[in-house]
Design a binder for this molecule. Structure first.
Ligand SMILES: *Cc1c(COP(=O)(O)O)cnc(C)c1O
Length: 398
């Protein structure tokens, strides 16, 4: 065994989160794509079987009430809340992240002071956020100002209505300064909307503590909710009374079953609901969140940083200098839970890695992404991935 293999073994032995891996359905693949689709918790299929056979099959419509289907969006929101540092009653689950970006951006323009016409958007954003913000801007008579998150403080001013920012950049894995940028947006009198897709479940977010106004995120990445599991919307309690949804569907009505022609919003985060919730996906997500019982986000963050540090160290030891360059910041304060390596021929390199049982992914043209989900990825995985990468690159060079 090499030194790094010995170290990996010792780190795995000392890792208090290591036993959590047994809660997931995994094989000997090194799975480093949990930042795209989290692994399946073992107990979810049995729970879904019960939902299908008992709740749908036998109780049928009674389940909206008797099985708690109707209130699932708020209930599951309250399960996500501690993971992102929110008190109960501020998160509602449903729809996709894209749809929640729309709700949040339009609602934010309605919360912002009158007369402001700019929506600042992270210039490197995941495309859907940018597309939707652009449409929301056109609909509401605002203009989009694309800006790198680090330059947001300079771009803020008396015209700023809203800033839509990503907590962690999906491509580079860069962690942005949520507390500092939120404070800067507030100092300029604007509303801060955060996209947590790549941070929720990987690191502490502290929504309440840092005074975030609105936030959205998906649940199929580090929260392991399953393919297409519903996203969530956070509406800070202080904004709930004024939260004016651009999609005021009937399930967000104060008395939905009164079926009245006039709209009156429900109190609380329920205002963020739209139509009939996607129960099968929602309940798969609810069950999958059981893996978080007794797990603190701080411990997850500590392991995530140790894993990405160790992976970078293994890459530096195994891969010839200059063949790959990390685009993920070395500073812990600027790093999410993935490592992105710029690499020539990234596409064939990733295919060869996957063929060897190391699954990461690719952001064209030249970025290899390796996501580290601390609940089920270990240090031996990190060492094996770096070794496989160096083998693949050596073969490519030959
Ligand atoms: C994954 C991701 C999305 C996905 O949006 P969907 O509507 O679920 O397809 C959106 N924004 C960011 C920043 C993401 O990382």
């Amino acid at each position: 065994m090499s030194d790094l293999q010995e170290r990996a073994k010792a780190l795995d032995t000392a890792d208090e989160l290591a036993p959590l891996r047994a809660l997931f359905t995994l094989d000997d693949t090194v799975y480093l794509d949990g930042n795209s689709l989290g692994a399946l918790p073992r107990h979810v299929p049995a729970r879904l079987q019960e939902v299908l056979t008992r709740e749908w099959g036998e109780l049928r419509i009674r389940s909206w009430d008797e099985s708690g289907w109707w209130t699932a969006p708020e209930r599951v929101g309250d399960r996500i809340a501690p993971i992102v540092g929110a008190a109960a009653g501020q998160i509602v689950v449903g729809d996709s992240t894209s749809v929640n970006v729309f709700k949040a951006v339009v609602a934010a323009t309605r919360l912002a002071p009158e007369g402001r016409d700019e929506i600042l958007v992270d210039a490197d954003t995941f495309p859907t956020d940018g597309y939707i913000a652009e449409s929301a801007a056109r609909m509401t008579g605002h203009r989009i100002v694309p800006v790198a998150p680090a330059d947001v403080p300079d771009a803020l001013g008396p015209r700023t209505a809203v800033a839509l920012l990503n907590h962690v950049d999906y491509r580079s894995g860069r962690l942005h300064d949520l507390p500092g940028l939120t404070a800067a947006v507030h100092a300029a009198g604007g509303i801060a909307v955060w996209d947590l897709c790549h941070s929720a479940g990987a690191l502490p977010v502290g929504l309440d503590r840092h005074g975030v106004d609105l936030a959205v995120g998906c649940t199929y990445k580090y929260l392991n909710g399953g393919p297409g599991s519903p996203a969530y919307l956070y509406v800070a309690e202080r904004h709930q009374a004024d939260f004016d949804s651009p999609l005021p569907g009937w399930t967000s009505h104060a008395d939905p079953f009164a079926m009245t022609p006039g709209y009156a919003p429900a109190d609380g985060a329920v205002r963020g609901r739209v139509g009939t919730p996607d129960i099968l996906s929602m309940l798969a997500l609810e069950a999958s969140l059981d893996v978080w019982d007794g797990v603190g986000v701080e411990a997850v963050r500590a392991k995530s940083l140790a894993l990405t540090d160790f992976f970078l160290e293994c890459v530096a030891a195994y891969v010839p200098e200059g063949r790959v360059t990390s685009v993920t910041p070395a500073a812990h304060t600027e790093r999410g839970s993935q490592v992105a390596l710029r690499c020539e021929d990234a596409e064939p390199v990733m295919s060869a890695l996957i063929a060897r049982g190391v699954v990461g992914d690719l952001r064209r043209p030249d970025v290899l992404r390796f996501g580290f989900t601390p609940l089920y990825v270990g240090f031996a995985d990190a060492e094996r991935a770096a070794r496989a990468l160096s083998d693949v690159l050596a073969r490519q060079a030959a």
